[in-house]
Design a binder for this molecule. Sequence first.
Ligand code: ADP
Length: 400
Amino acid sequence: MSYVLVINSGSSSVKFQIVDPNSDASDPPFVAGLVEQIGEPQGRITITHGEDRWVLQKSIPTHKEGLEEAFERLALRGVSPRELDVVAVGHRVVHGGMVFSQPEIIVDPVVDMIRELVPLAPLHNPANIDGIEVARELLPDIPHVAVFDTGFFHSLPPAAALYAINAEVASRNQIRRYGFHGTSHEFVSSQVPGLIGTDPDHTRQIVLHLGNGASCSAVANGHAIDTSMGLTPLAGLVMGTRSGDIDPGVIFHLARHGGMSIDEIDELLNKRSGVKGLAGVNDFRELRAMIENEDGDAWLAYNVYINRLRSFIGSYMVALGRVDAITFTAGVGENDKFVRADALDNMEAFGVKIDPERNSLPNDGPRIISADDSRVKVLVVPTNEELAIAQKAAALARRA
Ligand code: ADP
């Protein structure tokens, strides 16, 4: 059996999985690990392998020490990446700018280019580079592959990608719509034609990736033609803690009259807004419990969330002209039947009709939830970004 080690490195944490690239999206990974609170007095490593789950509490000064420790623990059970047949290491890289449209085998100039893109993703790309450097040191003989969150949206048509701001200023500062969650949008949209029996080259669809972060995309014949996230993942839909689209004038107002610094506004819009900003919680299970207890703020937050989602769906229906499928994915999209029903409520005139019974079935793999007479098929397709990264990394390593 051959595997891919998938690494998603954050500023104070590293998530990793050892994945069989030929497994199904709903299969659990062979091994899953999380190294967190790196650099803090007390860190934690959590590893899951089959039925076993073990947690180690100790100080983890650096990403390297955290991953090394995790690999040593795995070695005790004979499942460390050094012993298994690992054909590639796939790294999630958040920002590929206009440079990277496809996954890349990581050589030094690729790392340099990812570093040049740091101004576009100041929190994410440096952490991704840390993960790459550490993993290359620990596993020097295996090909490493960077898979970019922006890649799928690299070819957005200019009309969707450009902001109507001064062209010279925009160009100098690389300001445009890049889009994020691309690996998920590509993975999910690529499965839809097979599920509804259409030709992938003639399938128009909307993908709603609704997790803690949320984004949607319009995909025509395998190519993204629009997406809701922009220069950064702050744009578009209302999210767990992010505002999504707001009037940019709000920022000037907060700076001039609200006594807030740019960093404070950044933190406000990214961490204390969205559903959490309106209702105090960001998890949709908690939000639902509050709504059931007739909490007015929770109800309002939910309606603001749904209203924004419906605006994007309508806008993408018009952009696509004809829609074959609307697909829900990620934590909320896969599990929350209320969100799905309300997002598409009262759209029969547009050929969209959910079947309430199908919509109520528990999350159990890809499925169609529209009524038989719905012209537009509505689906739930679980996303699996790690598996998608593993497949891309394995394919590229095989060719290299
Ligand atoms: P991330 O963007 O962090 O990858 P996920 O796609 O894992 O997020 O989604 C996490 C969110 O999914 C949770 O915050 C929660 O709101 C939602 N969620 C998970 N399970 C359920 C469920 N059974 N019902 C409703 N919402 C759920």
